[in-house]
Design a protein around this ligand. Structure first.
Ligand code: MRU
Length: 353
């Protein structure tokens, strides 16, 4: 039987008080788990997309905060709490769009503050922070499994499913978000085809999604982003499932650049467009998608393809990493509590406010 290397790919690992990230920039060629020894290294790993995907950076940030403050156990409780807040703010500057990072860091800071009120011993606060990070990690696995179970019924025998970017196991702790129903359907013997958009400019669909689904034995076809329309026109796509980095309170969905185009295409071809969205990605404090900060990345991601220059020197470049799909184009949000549809504002409020 062919070896499944996905089993060896652990996005984030906490083992014997050491933190490891799988360096996803090296996939699909190499599987390297890199130890994270400082706040600066964690910041850099998130910024450079060694660890990426909304749920994964929430978990990475939580453990990263533990790594960031562990050399400050000699401080007074008050100074230790200040250090935690300072380091959480610092780690939060690594990437602005996925709400999971700030969500994880806020949860860790709140836990430290609550524990300090119970027992102001710094070692006690620190131990409780470690426990909280492990809990966030475990909960992330449960969220994926629940979304998978809730989305399972959508996947019918013989279907073609299009996905964009990587909302897979590599973007979370297990199973992923958009891919969770696919993994569970595959486990149950349902046969279906997945079309993975390569996802310019950083190719998460090509390097990560097509790799992980192939490793799992799922029938996956890699296409370039500009082929999605013609695959739909050919009748090969019955459903789209994508992940998300932040869902606003009105249901607008922020996800990898290009998702909006896929949603518009799906609407044109009357193909259902679903978004897998765990509780940690819902931002009830942001009313609408247009208020979400969109990360603008380095222009060289556009003017170079690997080492090779593909755009003229000095050319003006735009490189937004994400876009916002209006809730009107979303058929349903696959959450850990079930699939919800319009009216999103009311339905999200009922679940998450
Ligand atoms: O820039 P990335 O690779 O972090 O972008 C990831 C995405 O846009 C994913 O679709 C999203 O985070 C959902 S992951 C379950």
């Amino acid at each position: 039987m062919k070896e499944n290397r996905l089993d060896q790919a652990r996005t984030v690992t906490w083992r014997e008080d050491k933190l490891f990230f799988l360096d996803q920039t090296r996939l699909p060629i190499e599987l390297v788990h890199e130890e994270q020894k400082s706040a600066e290294q964690v910041w850099d790993s998130i910024k450079k997309l060694k660890v990426r995907g909304a749920p994964a950076i929430g978990v990475a940030g939580a453990y990263g905060l533990v790594v960031a403050v562990r050399k400050h156990l000699d401080l007074s409780a008050e100074d230790f709490l200040d250090k935690i807040r300072e380091q959480a703010d610092y780690l939060n500057t690594s990437r602005p769009t996925a709400v999971n990072l700030s969500w994880g860091l806020k949860r860790m800071t709140a836990k430290a503050e609550a524990e300090a009120a119970i027992n102001p011993l710094v070692t006690h606060i620190f131990e409780k922070m470690k426990e909280e990070a492990v809990l966030i990690h475990e909960e992330d696995k449960e969220l994926s499994r629940a979304m998978g179970e809730n989305g399972l019924a959508l996947i019918k025998e013989g279907m073609g499913i299009l996905t964009h970017c990587n909302a897979g196991a590599l973007a979370a702790s297990i199973l992923g978000t958009a891919t969770a129903p696919m993994y569970l359907a595959h486990e149950k013997g349902v046969s279906f085809r997945v079309y993975a958009d390569e996802t310019r400019p950083l190719l998460q669909g090509a390097r990560l999604t097509s790799w992980e689904l192939q490793q799992a034995g799922i029938d996956v076809t890699l296409i370039s982003d500009n082929m999605a329309a013609s695959m739909m026109a050919e009748g090969l796509i019955d459903m789209v499932i994508v992940g998300t980095d932040r869902v606003a309170a009105n249901g607008d969905v922020c996800n990898k650049i290009g998702t909006l185009g896929v949603a518009i295409l799906a609407s044109y071809f009357k193909i259902p467009f679903y978004v897998a969205c765990p509780a940690s990605t819902v931002d009830m404090n942001t009313a609408e998608g247009k208020s979400i900060e969109i990360e603008e990345r380095d222009s060289e991601e556009i003017t170079f393809f690997g080492e090779r220059r593909t755009g003229p020197e000095g050319i003006k470049v735009r490189n937004p990493a994400f876009d916002v799909t209006p809730h009107k184009l979303v058929t349903g949000l696959i959450t850990e509590q079930g699939i919800i549809g319009a009216p999103y504002k009311e339905n999200l409020a009922a679940l998450y406010s």
